[in-house]
Design a protein. Structure first.
Length: 60
């Protein structure tokens, strides 16, 4: 496996690229600083769970 590259995109995303010579497919993972543990006010309760469903549907 090749050495990984770390960089920040122009829109501020921390990015890790791990080249795999000869690979026929690729994988993208997004990790966000969000979730139910960050929903601290009642108007935000359930937002992470709500957003989870369209992301799962799009992945199917």
């Amino acid at each position: 496996m090749s050495n990984p590259y770390r960089f920040k995109t122009i829109n501020g995303w921390n990015t890790l690229f791990i080249p795999k010579p000869g690979a026929q497919t690729f994988n993208i993972r997004a990790v966000v600083n969000a979730g139910s543990t960050r929903e601290t006010t009642p108007e935000h309760f359930g937002v992470a769970h709500f957003l989870e469903h369209p992301m799962d549907d799009a992945a199917a």
